[in-house]
Structures are given as C-alpha cells and as structure tokens.
Write a new protein. Structure first.
Ligand SMILES: Cc1ncc(C[n+]2csc(CCOP(=O)(O)OP(=O)(O)O)c2C)c(N)n1
Ligand SMILES: Cc1ncc(C[n+]2csc(CCOP(=O)(O)OP(=O)(O)O)c2C)c(N)n1
Ligand code: SF4
Ligand code: SF4
Ligand code: SF4
Ligand code: SF4
Ligand code: SF4
Ligand code: SF4
Ligand SMILES: [Mg+2]
Ligand SMILES: [Mg+2]
Lengths: 181, 382, 74, 269, 269, 382, 74, 181
C-alpha cells in the first residue's frame, strides 16, 4: 500500500468522525501503518456539514490535509455538494442512497449504496449506521483488514454493543465487497 | 514492541507526556483548541491521586498552579490565545518568584477572539514578551505527537531544572490532529524531579540562594522551612527589597540563568540538511509541510533541507547562524506575519537571503505554498 | 380578552430545524414534523391560538396569525 | 412589528443547534422589545463569547460582540458615555458568572441602568460541555467525568447581595412570563438581572440523559414554581420563578450627572 | 507563646503608618493563632498587594505574597494540593472585592477551607487614597474629589450569597471579639469570611476629617452593634457585628477526595 | 507669553495633553506610578462634562473605554506594568475591532510587582507583543513634559487617524518629576477629530470598508447606522467570518495600515547629531541623561549626538539605519536589558558597533553610566 | 475568671510609633505619650489588666504581664 | 545664576515636598527660569525619611537627579543622617535646631536655625513650618526673589491662609537673611 487519502463527510450526529477515527486506530494500532486524521471544528460542526480527513500510508505522513482524495464518503446532500467535487480523477465516491441524490457526474467511480436502509431494516438502530458505512468502505477498497477494524471497534464500544457493531460492519462489508475492483 | 501504541490527538499526547513527567496538579479554564487537555486530565488525574480543578478563569488557573507548585507538585495549565493573554501577569510572577510550572498554549488564529477553531502560530512573540518587564522564558514546541509527548516531558524537566515557567506552544493542527503515539515505558525518558533543599530543619534556608551549579533547591510549603515568596524584587530569603544592587542582580540572574544555557536548553531537528542550498526553518504544524516538501525535493535530487525548531525561546541564534552559513536562501515557514523570521534575520550573517513562507488565513500552510515562495526566490515567478 | 381565531399558522420551513418543541408542547397537538423533519400544521382546525408554539420556537420559524391581527400585515 | 423585523434575517436559520433554548430567549426578547415599542436605534446589545453571545449577531440593534466574560464592562462604557441608550446584555452562565463574575457583581453594585440576561443552560455550550458555576453538584460534564462537586451560585441571591435593583427568574418553557419579566427589567431604571433557565440539548442534555429539547423544556414546568405559589410552599425544593427584587436606588449615570453639576459649580466658584 | 514569637521580628517596627488598623488585625490574628495552638509550619498565609498585604511579610508562617486581587486563587492551589494545611488569606478591601471580587465569590461558592480576612479600611491605602468598592457613597477620596457616588458591597451579604459557610464582622476596636471570630473562622471547615473594619488614618481619615487613629477606632464603638443587641434593634442604621453565617456544607477538598475514590474505582473496574 | 506656564508632574502634563486633544471619557484602576492621571481626571473631566469612572480592575477599564469610544468619545486609560499585562486581551480586541483609544503605561520596575515605586523601561516589547496573535501597534513616548503633552495629543490624533489603540509609554521618572509645561492655546496644535461616515441614514454603511485614503469612517453607537463590532475576524459590515481570504486580508490590513505609514507615524528628535561619531539612541527619561552627556561633550568639542525616539512602535528602521551609517559606535541608552538595542542592531548595517548603556536597578541611568560604557568602547577601560 | 494583678507593662519603645491608641482607649488612663511620642505607663497602679492596650496596639509594642502569667516567661 | 542643586529632606508630615514644589513653581512661573523637582516614593515616604530634589537653572535641565547638592535642608535627624553626607564641598547645610542634632562636621557651611521654634512661638501653627524653612532658605541664598515665592504661595493656598503663610515666610526670611554671603 502506498497511501490512501480519504474524506468522510456528513452531518453532526452521523458518527462520521468516529468512523474516521476507527479507521485510523485500526491502521495504526492493528496494522502498524501510519495514519493521520483531522476534522473540521467550530460552527460548521454544529449543524452544517462535518468533514473528517484521513490519510493512510506506509511511510511518514507529513502534510496531514487531504487534497485530491482517493475516496470521498458523503452521507448528506450538503456534504456531497461541498466535498464531492474535490475527488481525485479516477477516485471513488461513496454515497448513501437515502441521504444523497447524485446530481452530476464526476470523473470518479460513483457508488451509491443503501447503507442506511440496510441498517434500519436488518438491525433497526440507526446508531450503527457509521459502522455499516465503514464496512462498505472496507468491502469496496482494500484499505486494511476487516479484523483490524473489528478489533478497533471492540476496544472502543462497551461490551454489550460489540455484537451489534460487528453485525453492522458485516452488513456494510457485504454491500461493498461485490464492487471491489 | 512493548510500548503502548496509541492513535491520539496532539492534545492527548501532551496529556500523556505530562502524566509521564509526573504532573499531579492541573488548573484550567476551557478554551478551544486546548480544551481536550483539561477534559482528559479531569479524568486521568484523580485516578492517580492527582488533582484537577476548573477555575473561574485563566488568571485564577495560573495563580492556582503556582500555589500548588509551591507545595511540591508538578503543575500545568493549558489555554489558547485569549487565555494566554490573561495569564500574562501571573506568568511574570512565576518568572520573578522562580516557580516551576508548565503553561500550554494551543494556538488558534489571533488577534483577539480571532479565528478560534482554525490554526495560527501568532503567539510566538507573546510567549517571549507578553508579561511586563524584563524577564526570560523557555518555550518549546513540536510538529508531531511523539515530539509533543517528548517536549512536554522536557518542559517539566526544564521547569524543575531552572525553576522557571516553561511555555509549550502548540497549534490547533497539532492539538486536534490524530496520529500515532508510542508511549514510552517508565524510565525510558529521563525525568528531573524537584530539587529539594538538604538544609536541615532549624537551619537557615535560603530559597533564593543558588547553589554552585546555579540551581536553587526548594522547600515545600508546609514543610520544615518557612520562607516568603513574593513578586517584588527580593533578597535570598525571599523578602522584598528595592536595594539597587539586589534589584539589578536578581534581574540579571533571571535573564542569565536561561541565556547562559542556550546550548543546554535549545532543541532542534535537522531533516535532509546536509549540503542544503535552500534551508527551510520551521516549527509546529508548519514544519510538517516544510519536511514534506524537502522530502519530495530530495527525492528529486534537489538540495533542500529543514531545520525544525523544537524550542523557540531562548532563540538558538548561533546554531541558526552556523547552519545557514552556506545556504543560498533561507525560508522561514510559519503561520504568522514573520515572528521567527525576525529572529532568523537578526541571527544570520546575511539577512537579505532570508525569506518568509507564511499563511495567516486559518488554513495549514501547504507544501505548495512554500513551493511558490521558492519559485519566486529562484526567479521563476509565481 | 377577545377570543382569537386562527387565520394562518406561518411556518418558515427554511428556518425550522425540526427540534419538535412546538409539536410536543402544543396543547392541542396541532403540529407535526413531516418527512423532512419540518414542523407542519397538521390539524390547524384544533388550534386555540395560544401562540405558545410561536413564543417557544427557538428558530423564530412560527408566526400565529389570528383574525384580530388582520390589519397588521405581519 | 413582527419580531422578524428586529433581526438580521440574512443570518437565519441561525447557528444554534436544533432545540437550543437560546433561540427561545432571542424570540422572547424580541417580543419584549416589540411590546415596549423601543426604537432599534436606541438599543445597544452587548454580548461576550459563547453560544449565548451569538445573540448579538442576530438582532438588528447596535451590537457589540466582545470578549468572554467582559460584556458588562464594555456595556458600562457605552452606557455611562451615552446614558440615553437602552443597554441589554445577554450572557451565558459561564460568561456572566465564571470569568465574568466580577463585572457582574460590580455592575450590580453600581446599579447602572443595564439589563443583564443570564442565559443559564448550566454548561459551557460553545466549548463543548464543561461544567459551569451554575451547573451545581452531581452532574456530568466533559470536565466532570466523575460528576461535579462544585456547588452552584444562586444567581438571584448573588445579584441581590451585590446590589441589583431588579432581579427575576424565568425559563424557556415560561415564554409569556419571560416576555413580561424582560419588559419590566428593561423598563426598570437601574441594574436589572433576569436569569432564564434554558436547555442545551447538545451537551448538557445528552451528557445528563435529559432527553431531547422538548423533554428538557417541559421539565422546567415541573422543577420550578412561581413565587408565592402553593406549589412552592408545598415543595421548597422547587426553583422559584418571578420577581425577587424590585427596588428603587439611585442609578449610576444619573448620580454621575450630579457629579458633573457639582464639578461645574466648584469650577465656577 | 508570646505573639511576638509568631512574627519576623527583624522587620519591626513594621512599615504601616502610626495608628494603622492593619497592625491591630495582625495583633489579633496572632492571638487567635496562639490561642488555637496551631503550629507555625501548618499555616500558610497568602496575601495580595496593598498595605494590608504586607501582613504576610510579618508573620512567621509559610508566606506567599502574590498579585493584587489574586491571593485567594493562589491559596486555592495551595489548599487543594495540600489540604492538611491551614490557609489564612488577609486581604485589603480593594484587593478582596475590587480586582479580586471574582476569586472571592468563587472561593466562597466552592466552600474551600480557607479563612479570608477582609481588612476593610474603605480605601486603597497603598496607592494613596482612592475609593474602593467598600467606601460607599458620599466620601472623599483622591479619585472622588466631588464625593463618591458608588454604592458599597455589603461583604457579609455578598459572602453569604456566594456560598461562604462562615461569615462574621468585627472592628479594630473590638479586639476581643475579633480574636474570638478569627478563632472560630480558622477552626471552621469551609470557606470563612471575617470582615474587620479598620482605620487608615493617613488617607481615609485625613481626607474625610475623621481625626487621628484613636478617634477613628473609637468611632467603631458608636457606629456598630452586636447582632441581637438592643442597640441594633433600636437603631438599624448601626453596622451589625458578630457571626452572620455558620453552617455546614461539604468542603471542597474533602469532596475532591471522594472524586479520587470514584476515579480509582472506575479505573479499577 | 500668552500661553499658560505650569510647573507640573509628567502625569499632569499627560492629563493636560489628553484634555487638549478632546478626551471625554476615562476609565481606570489606580496603580503606582500612573495614579495621578486618574486622580486629576476624576477632578477635571466632570467639570467639562466628560466622564470618569473607576472600574473594578484594569480589564474592565480597558473594556469600558472601548465601549465609550464606540459612542463617539475620545477615550483613555492609564496604568503601569501589572495593569498593562491585564489589559492585553482587550487591547487586542481594540486592534481587531479597530477602536480608537489611548492606553498610558507609566513604567515602573518589572517583572511582576517588581520595584513599584522605581523607574523602569521594561515594557517596550510588551507594548508591541503583549496581546496574542499577529497585530500592529503604535507606541509613543517622551522625555520632557512639553513632549509628554505633545505626544499625548499625537496619540489621540493617531488613534483617530488609524482607528487603532495607541500606547503612551512613559516611565516613573517622567511621570513623577515636575518641570515646566507651556500649555498651548487652543488651535495651536492640530487635532484630528473622529471621522464620521457621510453615508446617509437608511443607506448601507460599512464600518470596515476603508475609503480610498485608507481611513475607515465611523458611526457612533446610538446613531443612525446599526452595525456589529466583534473581536472575531469579520467582513466589511463587522460580521464574523472565517473565510480564509477575508481572514488573511483583514490581518494584512491591520498590519499594513501601520507598517505602510512608518514615515508618517514615527517621531524622533535629533540633538547634536551633525557629524556625530558616537550616536546615542534613547527615549523617555534615559534620553535626558544621553542629552546631558552629549551637551557636555559637544561643549568640549567631541562629536557625540543623540537620536531621541519619540515613537517606539512602529520602529523607525530606515531612519536609524540611515542616521547611524557614519557612526563609529552606537549606544542604545535605556533602562532595560536591551529591548530597543535588539531593534537597533537589526536595523543597522553593522550590528557589531551597537552597544548597550543600561541600568535596571530602579535608579535613573546617569550620564556617568553612559560615560563608563563609552570609555570601554573607546578602549579606555572602566 | 481570677482577678489578675499587673506584673509589668512591657512597652517596646523602638516599635511604638506614638499613635496614641493605647493612651486614648485605656479605661483607666494608665498610659501617656512621652516627649518623644512613645507610650509610657504613667499610672501603672491604676491598671486593671484588661489587656485592651496590648490587643489594640497596631505595632505589637505592648505586653501586659500579669501575675497569673508568671510561669509563662513571655 | 548658573544652576542650583538642592535637597529638601524630612519626614512625611513636614511639608518638605510642598516646599520644594513651591520653590520650583516660583522659579518657573514667576521668574521664567528652569526647574525640575522630584521626590522619593514608596514605603520610605510612609514614615521614613522623605526627600525631594530640586534643580534650578537658566539653561535646560536634562538629568534631573541631584548629585552633590549645593544646598541640603534636613528637618529630621534621620534625614540628616541619610542625606547630609551627600553635600557638595563648600555647600550649605540647613538644619532645624529642634529636630536635628549636628553630629560631625562636613566640608560645608552648616547653618542651624530655630525655625520650628520660631514658628511655634510667633504663630503657634506648626503647619506653616515648611514655609518658614523656605523663607530661611531664600534669605540665606539668593535663589529667587521672595515675591516670586509669595506669589506661588498665594496661588496654592486658600485665601484665608495666605496671610499666615506670608508671615511664616518672613519669619524664616529674617532668620536667614543675616547669614547670606
Ligand atoms: C478568555 C477566554 N477564555 C475562554 C474562552 C473559551 N470560551 C468561549 S465561550 C466559553 C464558555 C461558554 O459557556 P457559557 O458562557 O455558559 O455560554 P454558552 O455557550 O453555554 O451559551 C468559553 C470557556 C474564550 N473565548 N475566552
Ligand atoms: C494589577 C494591579 N493593579 C493595581 C495595583 C496597584 N495597587 C496596589 S495595592 C492597591 C489597592 C490597595 O487597596 P486595598 O486592597 O484596599 O489595600 P490597603 O492598601 O487599603 O490595605 C492597588 C490599586 C497593582 N499592584 N496591581
Ligand atoms: S419549534 Fe420551531 S424549529 Fe422546532 S420544530 Fe417547531 S417550528 Fe421547527
Ligand atoms: S397557537 Fe397554540 S394551539 Fe395553536 S398551534 Fe400553536 S401552540 Fe398549538
Ligand atoms: S451547544 Fe448547546 S448552547 Fe450551544 S447552540 Fe448547541 S444547544 Fe445551544
Ligand atoms: S496608608 Fe493607610 S492603610 Fe496604608 S499603612 Fe498607612 S494607615 Fe495603613
Ligand atoms: S498603641 Fe502601640 S504604637 Fe500606639 S502609642 Fe500605644 S504603644 Fe505606641
Ligand atoms: S491593661 Fe487595660 S487598664 Fe491596663 S494599661 Fe492596658 S488598657 Fe489600661
Ligand atoms: Mg452556558
Ligand atoms: Mg483598603
């Protein structure tokens, strides 16, 4: 792996930042690769579009800001409008069918998945939506091993919720895997 | 590897470093982007028998840690620009009364309320000159979380060694960004403990009489030695004086104890510096971009290197002069209007070859921004 | 006080953040959140014009127009 | 006028979270101003820093968004230099009583004609949920993971003791009362304090499992009671609402006018 | 011990003016400490800046002469980090209640076990006679050539409202009462405030034609009366002396010990 | 002579200058050695319908004058080191919100409570860098009472012209010493009045949109134009923004409005400077000793002259470089550890020829002290 | 309380600043200021050992030694 | 006149500083010559010896501190001990007989005058002691014209007290004049 630049975006309550942190933790703690994660703060974070940047790489990561992301995940329309255009030509744009209506084509692979609906249908708890998204992402793109994410989750969530999160992750993973190239 | 790997914010790396160094008392008042330091310590300190207190403001916080330092604790407070301004009077007190303490300033965009959730590096000169009157100060910084940890430990060590406040000048990017931190094992990094007097009970103890090595042993408040501490000029017992000779001697002591040890105190790192024709001087988050650029250019065979300052005050004048001697051009990379630039210009033999690559709009300066300045210097336009 | 009659329950959709305060606290359950989490007058006929929804809306999104206020043009 | 005519509409929807009580206070304040028939040009709103402090950006008066905790000190300068203006100073609980506590008691002591509104959500909202001097013991906050041990000020008692000549309390639930109290406070000649209990669903509510905004606001119905009410008599643990102090004492700017008169006499003499 | 054994005799005669009441407060404080049988090593005296603040230089305890207005904030750090020490914080009226007002009310709110002594001479002595927040209206001061218009705080009411659990008042005339009140205040577990009316013959006295020190001190006999006394009942304009508040509430450092226990439990769990 | 002759303290000369300039609002908190300014204004201001208020502390004082400036008053506060430290946060606010105001700092010995009744000149760098974040500041000073008066008037004029806080840095000797003052007649010195907008009522007024000449017309609070004032970065209406372009532009405006007018703003005097081989650079009370020495030596035919700085910030770099070009040696005469020395060294072509003649013991530096340094420089020992 | 008898009225001359408080407030006019404005016990025989002079001396200059305190060595 | 350097010293309440200021005012306002006056501040001023320096000169006065004073006036023993030794050889030392006991000879003209006693005897009000001292000084040394001092006094003191002060001044003047050289 030579380096991934990702943007996670959505709205305040969707757990976008947690998803990014989990990815970073999995990479750094469980795979020994480097990661930096950063996020927008301030008024924007209190209602408007939230964004978290993450870079994964084998070598040192100096400049931590994501430009031309390989992957952009958008979980709200506003986030899609703001951040999708930044995508690197040939990159991957992942959106949720429930929240985002794709407006115009960009020079990237555009993947719309019914992640929210799936979570709601299969689990009934929107709280694990972000974990499902993470699953879909790992399914789609071979960023790190699923086990690493699951370990990171197990470390973060209370024991009672590990099962729930694991299921959400797998639901997403199943959605994403078929589309992996 | 046995050491604990963590994926944390810079603010958390600072907390880990402080606890490693032996922090046992924290007083603070929340302010973005430093607040996580207080939040984490509210949880961690009592769990190890230490004490955390949220004071009514930043002034009180600064005063409280000075009080707690006097009882023998390693103490810290954390803030950002507006709070740092408020603490200045009491920081001067700590300088004058020679109280070991650590003040963290996670910088945001200033002046005033400024650009509170965005990065800035505009408090460098304030750290040096923010309080009234002549004085001296040690200020450290870091560009990555491993160094945030290490420099925090250094800050506590220096505070104890020199009986002085030490400022940790981080910035919003470093404070909030998450990356890897390897927490060292106990014993791995050297710690300086409070030097306590060996003067026995009932023998006259002089809190302000330096030993031959220049250090001033302390005695905990509540211990066997009763003495006075004041922000006035004072004699070796700590009692006020305006005797001209004593006034002058004390001030010179406060200045010299740091200026005479610049080599001992200052810290820097060199990246790709051998034979560099272009020298980038940077610190904090800006240094990451400088290093990024140098790494990239070196790969292409260009002779660009970086001096990363890990200490800002006292300014390592001689080192900079020395290392920049052969450079064709020197670029100071920072997120302010040239605060370190002025120091570098004053240090080098040929100030005309020193340029500023900066950004003051709340965004992290990018390698591309530095490239642009480089192009101009090289006569290649923008 | 003259009994007021509802002329219109003006709700500025763009301002409403769907907090649900007006919905939960309307004494007559006049209001509801729609699919986009915006408050809508579902049962305006039940409205007793108490104006509590207007006064408690944190987003200044509601104005209860009553007949007495007709000439006002608000 | 419609209250929407008193605001800077281009900033709406505003930046407060869904259900934030600060918006209700803005709402009620505008009603009070409207009902008093005050001219926009005669009002100066001064605020500090905090979620609460954003209120000054939204109202279409002369607005001065100052430093955390210092709004009353700035307001004192405005008022004393131009006594004919109506000064309204909305503040967060931290703003007013943590860092700003000294200015609060001194403005009260002087009895300068300013209306101070304490938007008390018992938390530092803007910085993400630290406890405040009004949180009281036993709550969860980001800086109190083991629950707070800090007792809270009673704003009413503090304001009274410091010398405020009008002191009242309401909640975001009791909008009509709030409007009435604000009208009386603004009309009062002297330093007037209105404490308004208000919900921060995002931090205080979430941390302390108090539910959504609607639930939080409804709670005010149950934990408060009007001064002199049966309910309060029967359950003194309830938080009293209403007017606690309303007395006449020389107002600072008026007293200063007399200093000017005396000074001119002495110079003439 | 003789009270002279509690002082740093090399600084005597001290620097206070002839007849300055601050010396009487020092005198009475030492008697209180002596009668309580406290060990010198167990006492920390923290003061700010002012004539009053010089007191810390004279007493042979651990002494911390800090910044104008900040003594209580420093003391809070000392106390919380070493709760077994006895903290005594003598302050001038300006020190305690002008620039230091916020620390005063917050220390009271926390109910931290510190004894605050307000050495109230109603003037800024050290800087040469400006009025203070305790001067009250109608007096002459260098910054009030036309007489003050600023109302004064009632320290007792302010301390009570802020949360102090022991509040008392005495004067330099009533030395025996002062000693008794100081003993009770120091023994009290929690934040204790003792206001002592004291004469500044040099500035307050001279400006306001109150005569020499002896005359000023005797005046306290006539303008004050004990709480519950007939005199007070008959003439409520008199300033009451005695203990106004003496209640038990959790002390801050003790409460913090419980935080430590809870934190350790959570870590262990 | 028609003008009123007075024999006054420097603090009173400052008061006279402020009243002459049109001061109508003062808020302060007493502190030695500035207190006489407050005391005199408590008497003088109400007698002319102005207002004096003694606030609860220095922070509140600074905030109050900003508030009063917004209603259209010429405002001032006065303090000394500890109070100046406390005011820093609000001074930064005045910089950011561009509020005309004058802050007097009558310097005493620092740091901390220091040497309160003795002279010092240690707050020079603090005046420039005491508040957090990049910003710019104007600081004036004077060495005699006629100049105290004149510079106080200048301070008000510059505050209005540039919409900025102006610091008057006096010192204890100047503040307390009595000497002659000729109070000018009305009209004798030019006064700059508040520039008020000519935008009519109901037409959009932009408080932060500079005119073509760079000035920003104001509108009094309570007047026809309602706008917002904030310490956050803001747009031309005064409303907060973190838009990177606007942030950067505003900061550069704050810096440039002063840096681009260094020639217009800076003030100095030359004493016996023609052909001087030894140039003494000094300011405030120290300058008196420098002038004393130069006068004495010139009488003996020695070529010694003095550049007396009447403005300290912005630093008149080019003027100093120019005037020191021919000098054999330059002595900076000041009562601190070399704060202006560093500026002079950075300004001149040959920093090695710049020396410090200082005194930091609370006593006024004497001609004899400067002589001693001169002897050493001249290789004549001590 | 046992009636105390005066042993000695100790007055530290170097500390006394002659403020006159002890003189004015002694219930028995025991004290006087001498030519150098120092307090002296002019009529020790009248002293009732109330100790008020000691407790009110701002300069810690007075100690009233009574017979009960004999063993104390103060 | 080419320049006089004087030190006035005594204790807090004696009006030493006022005397110095009056001299300066008289010189500057009524004679058009230059003067600078300065004084000690701080704890010393609150009980210990007070000192005020004054320099009179036709030309500009740059350095305002008095060294080697031509005239030293001491009104307390403590002031005498502290400041008398600074006197310029050949200068004049003026002390009050009531307050100062001359201890040892200095290389200066030592003049002891019963100023306090005279004031007390002739006027009965010690408050004008300092004016009497000023009178004696002007009598002794021809610093400035007596009328100038009297004008300065008239400007400073309330109308009712001018008479009193004038008398005190003349009493002093008479004491001093015979000793003028
Ligand atoms: C001097 C200073 N210290 C701290 C801060 C950070 N800060 C901004 S708002 C705030 C507290 C907000 O709480 P509150 O006043 O209760 O208002 P709320 O956000 O809850 O409405 C703090 C600590 C600041 N801006 N300035
Ligand atoms: C920050 C600061 N502001 C002002 C001062 C100046 N100052 C010193 S003591 C004092 C007030 C003294 O009055 P008070 O506290 O009543 O004590 P007192 O001298 O009357 O005993 C002031 C204003 C200072 N030292 N520091
Ligand atoms: S109260 Fe206002 S913001 Fe909330 S749901 Fe109703 S209309 Fe919308
Ligand atoms: S006016 Fe009253 S009844 Fe009508 S919708 Fe609003 S809250 Fe309900
Ligand atoms: S954080 Fe709390 S106080 Fe701030 S806007 Fe949101 S709900 Fe309101
Ligand atoms: S000035 Fe007043 S308070 Fe200060 S020492 Fe003298 S009498 Fe006491
Ligand atoms: S009270 Fe004390 S200082 Fe005053 S006269 Fe008596 S002994 Fe002397
Ligand atoms: S002890 Fe009492 S009676 Fe005796 S001298 Fe003292 S005050 Fe007078
Ligand atoms: Mg709040
Ligand atoms: Mg006082």
């Amino acid at each position: 792996m030579s380096g991934w630049r990702l943007v996670f975006s959505g709205s305040g309550g969707q757990g976008v930042i947690t998803a990014a942190i989990l990815l970073g933790e999995a990479a750094v703690i469980h795979e020994g690769i480097n990661a930096v994660q950063s996020q927008s703060y301030g008024a924007a974070a209190r209602g408007g579009a939230t964004r978290s940047d993450i870079i994964l790489a084998d070598e040192a990561i100096d400049f931590p800001v994501v430009t031309e992301p390989h992957i952009v995940v958008c979980l709200t329309q506003e986030a899609y409008t703001s951040f999708a255009p930044e995508i690197r030509p040939g990159g991957t744009l992942l959106t949720d069918t429930r929240f985002v209506k794709i407006a115009h084509r960009v020079d990237a692979r555009q993947i719309e998945l019914p992640m929210y609906e799936t979570v709601l249908r299969e689990i009934g708890k929107p709280i694990v939506f972000n974990i499902c998204v993470l699953g879909a992402l790992i399914g789609l793109a071979d960023l790190i091993r699923p086990e690493s994410i699951l370990k990171a989750i197990a470390h973060r969530v209370p024991a009672d919720f590990i099962e729930l999160n694991t299921r959400a992750f797998h639901l997403g993973f199943e959605l994403g895997l078929p589309l992996r190239r | 590897m046995a050491r604990k790997v963590r994926f944390v914010q810079g603010n958390e790396a600072c907390v880990e470093g402080a606890l490693y160094a032996g922090l046992s008392f924290y007083a603070g008042y929340p302010i973005t982007p430093s607040t996580e330091i207080a939040e984490l310590l509210a949880e961690r300190l009592p769990a190890r028998g230490g004490r955390f207190i949220q004071m009514e403001d930043e002034i009180a916080s600064m005063c409280a840690i000075i009080g707690a330092s006097l009882t023998g604790n390693k103490v810290m407070t954390a803030t950002s620009g507006p709070g740092f301004s408020l603490k200045q009077e009491a920081i001067g007190y700590a300088c004058m009364a020679e109280i070991p303490c650590v003040i963290v300033n996670v910088q945001r965009g200033g002046p005033s309320t400024g650009n509170p959730t965005h990065v800035g590096q505009g408090d460098i000169n304030q750290a040096r000159w923010g309080t009234h009157g002549d004085h001296n100060i040690i200020a450290l910084t870091a560009s990555n979380h491993q160094d945030v940890f290490a420099m925090t430990v250094e800050a506590f060590n220096m505070a104890e060694t020199y009986r002085t406040p030490v400022v940790l000048l981080f910035d919003e990017v470093i404070g909030h960004m998450r990356e890897k931190l390897l927490v060292p094992e106990p014993g791995e990094l050297p710690l300086v403990e409070r030097l306590r007097t060996s003067v026995p009970k009932d023998v006259d103890y002089h809190p302000y009489l330096p030993r031959e090595d220049g250090r001033l042993p302390m005695s905990d408040f509540g211990g066997e030695h009763r003495y006075n501490v004041t922000g006035l000029y004072h004699d070796m017992w700590g009692f006020p004086t305006s005797n001209p000779k004593m006034v002058s001697e004390l001030l010179r002591h406060l200045i010299d104890k740091i200026d005479n040890r610049v080599h001992e105190i200052t810290r820097h790192k060199e990246h790709f510096l051998e034979g560099a024709r272009y020298v980038l001087i940077s610190y904090g988050a800006s240094a990451r971009s400088a290093i990024h650029l140098a790494r990239e250019r070196r790969a292409r065979g260009e002779r660009i290197g970086v001096i990363e300052l890990q200490s800002l005050w006292p300014f390592p004048r001689e080192m900079i002069r020395e290392k920049c001697r052969e450079a064709k051009a020197v670029l100071v990379v920072e997120m302010n209007m040239g605060q370190m630039l002025a120091q570098v210009r004053a240090a080098v033999a040929d100030p005309e070859k020193v340029f500023l690559a900066n950004r003051v709009d709340g965004k992290l300066i990018a390698p591309a921004d530095i490239k642009q300045v480089l192009r101009v210097i090289q006569g290649r336009g923008v | 006080m003259a009994k007021r009659r509802l002329r219109e329950l003006v709700i500025r959709r763009e301002w409403c953040k769907g907090c649900g305060i007006c919905v939960a606290l309307c004494p007559k359950q006049v209001l509801e959140l729609d699919g986009e989490d915006k408050s809508v007058p579902a049962r305006p006929e039940d409205c007793i014009c108490c104006r509590m929804c207007e006064l408690r809306c944190p987003d200044l999104a509601i104005t209860v127009l009553t007949d007495e206020e007709e000439g006002d043009g608000a | 006028m419609a209250i929407q005519d008193y605001i800077r509409q281009r900033f709406f929807p505003h930046l407060w979270c869904p259900g934030c009580g600060h918006g209700i206070i803005l709402n009620n304040l505008l009603h009070a101003v409207d009902e008093l028939g005050l001219a926009k040009n005669d009002i100066v709103v001064t605020s500090g820093i905090g979620c609460s402090a954003r209120i000054s950006g939204y109202v279409d008066f002369h607005t001065l968004h100052t430093l955390h905790g210092r709004a009353l000190a700035f307001a004192t300068g405005v008022k004393l230099s131009r006594p004919e203006l109506t000064l309204i100073v909305p503040m967060g609980d931290g703003d007013a009583l943590a860092i700003g506590g000294n200015h609060f008691i001194h403005a009260a002591r002087r009895n300068i004609d300013i209306t101070a509104i304490v938007m008390n959500n018992r938390i530092y909202g803007m910085t993400g949920g630290q406890f405040s001097p009004l949180s009281g013991p036993g709550i969860l906050a980001t800086t109190a993971p083991y629950r707070t041990i800090d007792p809270n000020f009673d704003v009413v008692e503090l304001a009274r003791a410091a010398g405020a000549t009008f002191v009242a309390r309401s909640t975001t639930y009791h909008a009509l009362e709030t409007i009435d109290l604000l009208k009386r406070a603004i009309s009062h000649k002297g330093f007037a304090v209105v404490e308004i209990l208000t919900q921060c669903p995002t931090y205080y509510g979430r941390k302390n499992k108090e539910g959504e905004a609607a639930e939080m606001i409804e709670r005010y119905k149950h934990i408060t009671a009007k001064i002199g009410s049966k309910a309060l008599e029967e359950n003194p643990a309830l938080i009293p609402r209403g007017v606690f102090v309303e007395v006449g004492r020389p107002e600072y700017c008026e007293a200063y006018e007399e200093v000017i008169v005396r000074a001119r006499q002495e110079v003439a003499a």
